[in-house]
Design a protein around this ligand. Structure first.
Ligand code: SAH
Length: 276
């Protein structure tokens, strides 16, 4: 394979392995120490499109980096080809870091990659990352659970296999449960309509968090009935997360996860819009 032959081949006899590593939501300081060490020790890194530039900058310049990224509407490598690439690189003796945005096991197809590696008899280890929901919650001051108003939280994909997601609406009706939609922008009108038709109040607060934890983070506050209009007007871009529930009322755009003085650099001077 051409990609393989372009890479430096490790010493003969070394057994390859793959580390599925969570890169977190963007802010490089949210990377774990284990992730950083794995990146530093890799002989090749395979990245997806959600890995931020700040994190990419931590990959040693001498380490080859393969971009397998998929942007919405633009196709990167097919999942099967990525699986095969990881297997081939490990078979060639590489210490491969497969770097994925957020956590590899939350809407990251990390499970599929792990199974493909296991089937091929390749050693695979997983390093968790801060998932977008946790990162965005911290950087906006929205607690995902809160004694007074949210006893549980659900992480939901807003994108089905063939378009609009087929959701168990009944499981989403509890007003004391926070809902976090990943990949929810495209189908936000269907999502809000489905929630309202199935018992969620039209005035339920919603936060759209664009580029969470990154420079350029923007937070748009709206309600279920105003969601589609707010998205049409403000045109948030990917990556954006939707948080639905009473906890959104606690949003103060807090900067608690950042050391004092870093607010401007991290883009917390975010725009907020309330209502429709
Ligand atoms: N494995 C990732 C999620 C991959 S699905 C994780 O654990 O975070 C991709 C979706 O994640 C995006 O469409 C968006 O909804 C969300 N997302 C990822 N990074 C984000 C960020 N920095 N800000 C807002 N949403 C983000």
């Amino acid at each position: 394979m051409t990609l393989l032959s372009a890479l430096t081949v490790p010493a003969p006899g070394t057994t390859g392995a793959v580390w599925l590593v969570g890169a977190g939501p963007g802010d490089a300081e949210l990377l774990t120490l284990k992730a950083l060490r794995a990146i530093e020790q890799a002989t090749v890194v395979v990245v997806d499109r959600l890995v931020s530039d700040e994190v990419l900058a931590l990959i040693p310049s001498t380490t080859p980096c393969i971009d397998a990224g998929k942007a919405p509407g633009r196709h990167g490598m097919k999942q099967q080809d990525i699986n095969r690439l990881l297997v081939d690189l490990a078979c060639a003796g590489h210490r491969v870091v497969r770097l994925k945005g957020g956590d590899p096991f939350i809407f990251g197809r990390g499970g599929e990659e792990m199974l493909a590696l296991q089937r091929a008899g390749i050693s695979c280890r997983v390093v968790p990352g801060i998932t977008a929901a946790a990162g965005c919650a911290a950087s906006t001051g929205i607690p995902l659970t809160h004694r007074e108003c949210a006893q549980s939280v659900q992480f939901i994909t807003g994108h089905g296999k063939n378009g609009a997601p087929a959701l168990d609406w009944d499981a989403l009706r509890d007003p004391r449960q926070t809902l976090v939609f990943y990949m929810g922008l495209t189908w936000c009108a269907e999502l809000s309509r489905g929630l309202m038709d199935n018992g969620r109040a039209a005035h339920t607060p919603v936060a759209i968090i664009e580029n969470g934890t990154r420079a350029g983070q923007r937070v748009l506050l709206t309600t279920l009935e105003g969601l589609a209009r707010t998205v049409a007007r403000e045109k948030p871009v990917s990556p954006s997360l939707l948080v639905v529930g009473e906890v959104v009322n606690l949003c103060r755009l807090a900067t608690a996860s950042q050391p004092p003085g870093h607010e401007a650099a991290l883009g917390t001077g975010a725009t907020t819009a309330y209502g429709a």
